[in-house]
Every structure is written in structure tokens, then in C-alpha cells.
Design a protein around this ligand. Structure first.
Ligand code: HEC
Length: 481
């Protein structure tokens, strides 16, 4: 399997770098050819005309005051200060962070620089970072802080701002955001707004709806617990998530997810949405605060947008691997010390489905990841390839258009783990046996999951523009104040 993942002697990144260098030389060559016509003189690459738009679109969403990036990249001065590192991080594709191989599959709202843009930035830095005509610098994009989606119908806040100790440690908490409203209703979208973007690393939101009359107080119990102190079911008991009679209501997975720089996701009209009861909670399972040296407070919240009609096509979720609907992993997920091992899981789809979104999940030993479907006719449908796993960037990847997987196809998922001392993220030195442990989501235990959000297939699904709604948001987002 490793052979399959690494079948090419050059990783796509490497190939890409070579391509960029080639492009860059081709560009120079072109300029040389057009030298007499004044190519170098008339259209040198300048910050004002060429670089600012690329930076504003691809970097500023994270690199701005109060953004998740460690410094701002907005003005000429900002970019100049970091020019050397920028050249390095863009040519190695370390930034913008996007672990999925763009040569394998494309996704909506993809954060990937084109080869042309990489070459443009590199060339500009090598040319000595000319400013150009400063009156031509486009205004920086505006980022509404409270909501990208408009005015919410309901805001779910923390009980009080959460104290986050500055002890340079990662924190993984379970947290609940309860509600108690007048009547059952429908939800079109749920937007998570991180309180401190430099603090909140990621969050996965699930939903609980309490059946009529079965829960007096959705607010009772602890509003958060540390997953390093409590495992399931003890954590759920502390948070009093059960009905009053001790039975557990159904848990709706992945109603909202957040990672730095990712916009709240809305599927187009008619797809997705939820029915909710009068009482319920959004359960963060989990929320991750990155290591920080300074004490701080977080006051993240949810904006809820109601709908007047019930969801037409509810999305479904299928999980492969650890704690999933199909749990068989081959071989069982136990990674011996000083080994690099590949594991496999698979699911044969029982009907035609349209995949909307996928989420590959591994922890610190993750090395690479591959998922595709094989149809009964023998065709391969590519899903995702992650040549180099990045624990910190575990996106929910939404396809540009739904991907139809015909009945009887098998989805294969391969995950490779590096449990050697060469893995800089290995939590143990010397390496130890690491595996999955029922009930544990600790990062020092491993998981191997593939989460699929899908719809039962309908004619025409292949043509639905899943990106459209996101694009609208982005345009709104990029409008100047
Ligand atoms: C999705 C959010 C996001 C986007 C988009 C993004 N960055 Fe970053 N960037 C970060 C975060 C978070 C860090 C710090 C952690 C890290 O290095 O991963 C960072 C770190 C950096 C660093 C420091 C790296 C180092 O080794 O010190 C540079 C330089 C950088 N980014 C440049 C860029 C450029 C240039 C772009 C656009 C082409 C960009 N970033 C896009 C989030 C982002």
C-alpha cells in the first residue's frame, strides 16, 4: 500500500516545485523574448498590481489582526517584513495550509495557490519586491466579525467566558451550548464564531434534541469537561446529557465544524438543514485550544439561522473506521513502535449515493491518507489523497459538485502511520505501541476514520454547484466596508 501512495519517485509537492521553477524560467524566457518589446520594463511584477490581490485573497483571511495566523499579511510593509519566509512557504506549499493533493481531487473553497501565483510571488521576491504604483493597491478585504451569514435568529453563548490557562499545552474539551425555545422548528444553518481566533484551533459540533417532556432542564450539569480527565460515558454523565430517565437521545453528528480560515458551510437551498426540538444542545465533541504562553479567555458562540420549512433533503453521515458504522480496520489499529504501518477500511455502498463532504481523521502518528471508490464496472472514483498528513489541518472537504457513487461500489480508505522517532509529532520518545482505545479521543491514542456526508442519489445531483453558496458568502466577505 505504501508503494501505491508513494508510487511516484517525486511527491506531488516536489513535482510541483519543479513545475514552478520551470514556469518561473519560462516566464523569464518569455520576458527575454519580448525584451525588445519591453516586457521587463513595462510590466514588472509589482506589489500593487500583482501581489496584493493574491495575498489578500489567499493569505489575509487568516493573516490579519484577530485572525488565526501569527502575523498580518495585508500591507506592503507586512509582506516585505516576511518576504523571505513567504517565498519558502509558498514554494513548498506549506502555506496556505491545504493538505489534500490538488492534483488528485478538487474541493469547494480550496485554499491552494495556482502554479502561476506561486511563480509570481517567487519572481517578485527575487526581483527585490518592487511596490509599483501605490495608488493601484486594492483595498484590503473586509471580514465581518459577528456573522458571515447575516442576522441570526438565535445566538447560543457560553455560560461565561472560558478561562484558558497559558501553560503551553493543548486542551481538548467537551462543551455544551444548550437551548430552550418556545416551539419545535427548523434550522437552515449553524455558524460557529470563535471568540479568540488565535486560541480556538478546531471544533466539531454535534446536536442533541430532547424528546418532548423527557428533559426538564437542558442547562443542568457541567457546561464543559476536559477530555484528558474524563472519558465517555463519565464525561456525558457529568454534563447531564441524558434524558431525565437516564436514556440517551439520538446524537446528530457534524452539524457544525470549525477550523481556522474555514468559512461556515452552507449547502445550496434544498440540501441539508435540521429539525429541532424545543430543548436541546449543541455538543462540542471536541473543542481544541492550541498551546499558548499567556492566560486568556474565550467566548465563542453559535449563530443559528431558522428555516420556515422542513429540510427537503437531509444529509446523512456514514463513518468508516474507529467508532464508525464499519469498524473493521485491517490489520487492527495497533501501531508497533519503530514501524511505519498502513491500515485499510472499506464500505460497499448499498445504493446510489451522492457524496457532498468527506473528513479524513487520524492523530499525531498520521503520515499519509488515500480514499477512492471502485465501481462494479471497475472504474476508480478518486476521493482524496493527502501525501503528508497534517494533524493541525483536518478539514471537512466539500466537493465542488456531489460525487455519485453507484450501488455496489466499494470505498477503500488507506491510512499510513509513522510510529518512529523520525516523526516529529510522535508524542512518545522513545516510541511506544499506540492504538485505538474505545472511549478515548485523546490525541496520544490513535484513530483511523473516514466520515462521509452524503445524500441518496437523485438525477442531476452531479450538476449541483455546491460551491455556489460559499462563493456568494465569499464575495460578501471580500466586499470593502
Ligand atoms: C487557513 C489559515 C491560513 C491561511 C489561509 C494562510 N496561513 Fe500562513 N499561517 C497560518 C497559521 C495558523 C500559521 C502558524 C502555524 C503554522 O506555521 O502552521 C501560519 C504561518 C505562516 C508563516 C510562518 C511560517 C513559519 O515557519 O514561521 C508564513 C510565512 C505564512 N504563514 C505565510 C502565509 C502566506 C504567504 C499565505 C498565503 C499564500 C498564508 N500564510 C495563508 C494560517 C494561515
Amino acid at each position: 500500500m505504501d508503494a501505491l501512495l508513494n508510487s511516484s519517485p517525486l511527491s506531488p509537492w516536489k513535482r510541483n516545485e519543479i513545475f514552478s521553477v520551470w514556469l518561473h524560467n519560462a516566464w523569464k524566457g518569455l520576458c527575454f523574448v519580448f525584451f525588445l518589446s519591453g516586457c521587463e520594463k513595462n510590466s514588472p511584477i509589482t506589489f500593487s498590481e500583482h501581489i496584493a490581490p493574491v495575498i489578500h485573497q489567499n493569505c489575509t483571511p487568516c493573516h490579519r489582526p484577530d485572525g488565526p495566523g501569527p502575523f498580518s499579511l495585508i500591507t506592503y510593509k507586512d509582506v516585505l517584513k516576511k518576504a523571505k519566509t513567504i517565498k519558502q512557504v509558498v514554494s513548498t506549499r506549506y502555506m496556505p495550509p491545504w493538505p489534500a493533493d490538488p492534483y488528485y481531487t478538487h474541493f469547494a473553497d480550496e485554499r491552494v495557490l495556482s502554479d502561476e501565483n506561486i511563480s509570481l510571488i517567487v519572481q517578485w521576491i527575487e526581483n527585490g519586491t518592487p511596490l509599483g504604483d501605490s495608488t493601484k493597491i486594492p483595498p484590503p478585504p473586509a471580514f465581518p466579525e459577528k456573522s458571515l451569514l447575516g442576522k441570526p435568529d438565535l445566538v447560543l453563548k457560553m455560560k461565561k467566558p472560558l478561562f484558558v490557562k497559558g501553560d503551553n499545552k493543548d486542551k481538548f474539551l467537551l462543551m455544551k451550548f444548550p437551548w430552550d425555545i418556545e416551539r419545535d422548528t427548523f434550522i437552515r444553518a449553524i455558524e460557529f464564531v470563535p471568540g479568540k481566533k488565535k486560541l480556538v484551533h478546531h471544533m466539531n459540533g454535534f446536536m442533541i434534541n430532547y424528546e418532548d417532556g423527557k428533559k426538564k432542564n437542558a442547562f443542568e450539569g457541567e457546561w464543559w469537561v476536559d477530555t484528558y480527565e474524563y472519558e465517555y460515558p463519565a464525561a456525558y454523565e457529568k454534563m447531564k446529557l441524558a434524558h431525565d430517565d437516564g436514556t440517551y437521545p439520538a446524537l446528530t453528528p457534524s452539524v457544525s465544524n470549525y477550523l481556522p480560515g474555514v468559512l461556515p458551510f452552507i449547502y445550496p437551498e434544498g440540501i441539508g438543514g435540521f429539525s429541532i426540538k424545543k430543548k436541546g444542545v449543541i455538543l462540542l465533541k471536541d473543542i481544541h485550544y492550541g498551546p499558548r504562553a499567556k492566560d486568556d479567555y474565550d467566548d465563542s458562540y453559535f449563530n443559528i439561522f431558522f428555516d420556515s420549512v422542513p429540510p427537503k433533503r437531509r444529509t446523512k453521515e456514514f463513518q468508516l473506521g474507529t467508532l464508525g458504522h464499519v469498524r473493521e480496520i485491517v490489520p487492527p489499529l495497533v501501531i508497533s513502535p519503530d514501524t511505519v504501518m498502513t491500515f485499510k477500511t472499506k464500505w460497499t455502498v448499498p445504493a446510489d449515493i451522492s457524496i457532498l463532504t468527506i473528513n479524513p481523521h487520524m492523530h499525531l502518528l498520521g503520515k499519509n491518507y488515500l480514499a477512492y471508490a471502485l465501481t462494479p464496472a471497475g472504474d476508480t472514483i478518486r476521493l482524496i489523497k493527502i501525501p503528508q498528513w497534517k494533524f493541525n489541518w483536518q478539514y471537512f472537504y466539500t466537493f465542488k459538485k456531489p460525487v455519485k457513487i453507484p450501488l455496489g461500489s466499494t470505498i477503500f480508505v488507506f491510512g499510513t502511520y509513522d510510529n518512529t522517532a523520525n516523526n516529529p509529532h510522535n508524542p512518545f520518545s522513545p516510541p511506544r505501541t499506540v492504538g485505538e482505545r474505545e472511549g478515548s479521543m485523546r490525541t496520544t491514542d490513535e484513530m483511523f476514520q473516514f466520515i462521509i456526508t452524503y445524500l441518496p442519489y437523485q438525477d442531476g445531483d452531479e450538476n449541483i454547484d455546491l460551491e455556489g453558496e460559499m462563493k456568494k458568502l465569499k464575495n460578501q466577505h471580500n466586499k470593502t466596508p
